[in-house]
Design a protein around this ligand. Sequence first.
Ligand code: 13P
Length: 147
Amino acid sequence: MKKQLTIALVAHDNRKADMVEWAVHNADMLSIHKLVCTGTTGSLIRKAFQEKGIEADITCMNSGPLGGDAEIAAMVVRKEVNLAIFLIDDLNAQPHEADIQMLLRQCRVHNVPIACNRYSADLMITSTLWDNEDYVPTEPKYIYFKR
Ligand SMILES: O=C(CO)COP(=O)(O)O
């Protein structure tokens, strides 16, 4: 991929091992992009990359429950994120469910691709559309019905 992207990486505690393994597996690709992460996810990825001598541009926001999802959602609103990978723990409740839903919703509203499992993430990061100058993503057309 030639285009440099800003990629958001977020994982709940029970999915962090998955996220770190995925990030290390895709380190060659990820290291050419800017990574923005919630606090703990980012520090674990940074540590794993350092242990393997992988250099990467990683920005850590606050931890998720302390506003990290909200900060990344704000970046999505400002069109500062090209792609989000969000490994959600769907088997346990989170104290900051409202923030999680906000991040997911803002990605949908602003047409930002968001992968919530590794398979989707693999498909998204290998897409040739990123470098296709002729491809313009179609923005959602919201139609307001008067009731
Ligand atoms: O809670 C999270 C996402 O909702 C993740 O936050 P941390 O990466 O700080 O654990």
